[in-house]
Design a protein around this ligand. Sequence first.
Ligand code: ADP
Length: 483
Amino acid sequence: PPLALRDPTLLREAAYVAGAWIQGAERFAVHNPATGALIGHVPLLGAAETKQAIDSAEAAFPDWRKRAAKERAALLLRWRDLMLENAEDLAQIMTAEQGKPLAEARGEVSYAASFLDWFAEEAKRVYGETIPSPTNDRRLIALREPIGVCAAITPWNFPLAMITRKVGPALAVGCPMIVKPAEATPFSALALAVLAERAGIPGALFQVVTGDPKSIGGELTSNPTVRKLSFTGSTQTGKLLYAQCAPTVKKLSLELGGNAPFIVFDDADLDAAVTGALASKFRNSGQTCVCANRFYVQDKIYDAFVEKFAEAVGKLVVGEGAKPNVTQGPLINAAAIAKVTALVADARDKGGRVVTGGAPHPAGANFFAPTVIADAKADMRFAKEEIFGPVAPVFRFSDEAEVIRLANDTEYGLAAYFFARDIGRVWRVAEALDYGMVAINTGAFSNEVAPFGGVKQSGFGREGSRLGVEEYLVVKMLAMAGL
Ligand code: ADP
């Protein structure tokens, strides 16, 4: 059955370019990953429509940047209110196209909305500086100005939040933003555009171009008018876009893959560690860039942790996200199932012990049973590769220095987690972990006020927090002489 929305006009089968809802010569289908059901079609746009979007954004920039921060904030807050008023429909659309359980989708709607009000307020505090000059013949001032036309390329795992966390600060400080959403989840992005239009945000300021990633991405990265690209997605695509932005020297934010360690020391609160492990590993069925990828558990509590964790994992409810009580939705597509299946087979071949799960789940083609694998070893593929699915490998370790070396032995550096009670250890380990975000005695840490981002090949730039606006600002220095 088609989606039963309170406001069916939120499901828009058109792209939003230059303030108009447009169709392309071709279109592509979007399916529900839980059932395979067709949700609808969106335009398959390319470089020409992207250029049109960039031109209209460029034309809109001078007026938008001149408005008072307070005036821009009022529009963003109106947009936020509309998101919250339509939260249930936004959640329904998200669950239909992305698969996550409705409770998680509702949570994401409010998480996504929180970036609009946070940045609406934060943009009022884009302060400059006056700088004492080394000579008394002049005065030095640093202004912080909007960078110009911005672009965002976003992933399917957080169809709303990955957009508002980029669009919020861009618009708030005075920049127009063009978004290319993931092919799997365009309807959430388009619903946001419907609400932006209703909120009275000028159409050229938030545009959504659906279609072919290569041609849209090609135009966004090569067009010199675009001054900033913010990307969230795979490390592979991120590296390609980084290179494509070099010829026009664009400012970039890259939020790429991770390989999060989750360390449980033997002084940890075991129940808290199990709760944290569930939250970190199984949110969005393991499809987040900060999901725990490698569990390292100290000798003394290894067996107890594996037993309690596997028991809790065995109780997760797998099924279509729209059904009540489901905690584990489908993976996004067949390729994700194939990858997870291969990682589990590789671990089994190398002596891994499947304690629970370990196979596709009968709920449907894109479902995989939540899995715990004990006796994980460094030569198994998931020690190096991002799993992006509901599989938890549990490695054994004995000493602190060893586990820090293992935890840091990856090209990634996004999130790390550890559980310990000894205060000296907590500080030592927190400082030694080579990661952009370290969660201590918790499995969940994302919110609008905390800086989110990675080091190493997990990327650079920070989203959320007071630092989030910096990504869309440039500094202009004024040297005033002739006084
Ligand atoms: P995933 O493998 O998780 O889908 P991707 O990095 O491929 O991760 O996707 C993240 C976003 O990047 C999506 O919006 C996708 O369409 C986009 N994308 C993928 N390849 C390209 C490309 N060559 N140029 C521009 N965007 C791309």
